[in-house]
Design a protein around this ligand. Structure first.
Ligand code: SIN
Length: 282
């Protein structure tokens, strides 16, 4: 297996490896896992595996979970279909910087995404290294956010376009989660800037040490949150991947955010994602 680094910040392509082999081969799997922790997102071309093999490979990392709004393949639970057609041009959940399912108490460890069909041009996905984003923050911002916590909401994201009853039912099933603004990576111990498109507000900003007058609380807190969320937009932290049929991306959801670029309508784009269960951030 050859590892070709794509930028100095994030991303590497694995060449000469068949993911179907990694299902049973401990050595190959261990190399892939180590590369994932180092490069944050891995890419492979020409992976002609079946859906069952896709699921079996992703399960090497842990159990899989479905998405409450995006549907899964009925024969392969845990394999979420992200199918875009010219008939649903407004279905735009992936084109916001996010890490998957941070609205869960235990957001996903990572995902394995395969391209089933892609548009002739456009439809790339971008990833950002949120460890680097944290490292490069000014020191005064690091101390300002050291003990902050924030809410992440499926209600305010996927639920927003639903009729109110459906939205409230979704919220009852997945109440907003609260996570540290700076999390510690469970495997590497690195600090990660952990706010994204699912984050609605800080929950412990409004203290006498931070807030002299009401406006320090809001919009002060909202301005800080917007600034932190915008760190993922910095090109120096990013890698951009051009899809082909049977290309695969594997990402570390604790260390990265991603953004699927919606620049291809009216075309089809079909992706299948195995999302791996994660742990509660600390
Ligand atoms: C996702 O946001 O998990 C999907 C990314 C993509 O469709 O490229």
């Amino acid at each position: 297996m050859r590892v070709e680094q794509l930028t100095y910040s994030i991303g590497a392509e694995l060449v000469g490896v068949d993911l179907a082999d990694a299902i049973h081969d401990e050595g190959i799997f261990a190399e892939i896992r180590a590369a994932l922790l180092k490069y944050r997102v891995l890419f492979l071309r020409n992976q002609e595996f079946s859906r069952a093999e896709h699921v079996a490979f992703a399960r090497r990392f842990g159990d899989l979970e479905d998405h409450p709004v995006a549907g899964s393949d009925p024969e392969h639970p845990g394999l979420v279909r992200i199918y875009k057609t010219p008939e649903q041009p407004n279905d735009r959940y992936e084109n916001a910087w996010h890490s998957d399912a941070t609205w869960r108490e235990a957001p996903q460890f990572g995902a394995v995404l395969r391209c089933v069909e892609c548009p002739p041009v456009g439809g790339d996905t971008m990833w950002a290294n949120m460890v680097l984003a944290y490292e490069n923050l000014p020191e005064h911002v690091k101390s300002q956010i050291a003990d902050l916590r924030a809410r992440h909401s499926i209600e305010a994201s996927f639920g927003a376009a639903m009729p109110i009853e459906k939205r409230l039912a979704l919220k009852a099933q997945f109440p907003d989660a609260e996570h540290p603004v700076v999390r510690t990576h469970p495997d590497t111990g690195e600090k990660v800037l952990y706010v994204n498109g699912f984050t609605t507000h800080f929950t412990n900003y409004h203290t006498p040490a931070r807030v002299r007058f009401g406006q320090d609380g809001n919009p002060g807190a909202a301005d800080l949150l917007r600034y932190l969320i915008s760190q993922a937009y910095i090109p120096e932290y990013q890698v951009r991947w051009r899809w082909q049929k049977n290309s695969v991306a594997i990402w570390d959801n604790a260390a990265t955010q991603h953004y699927a670029v919606m620049d291809y309508p009216p075309c089809h784009r079909k992706m299948e994602r195995a999302g791996i269960v994660g742990s509660k951030p600390f």
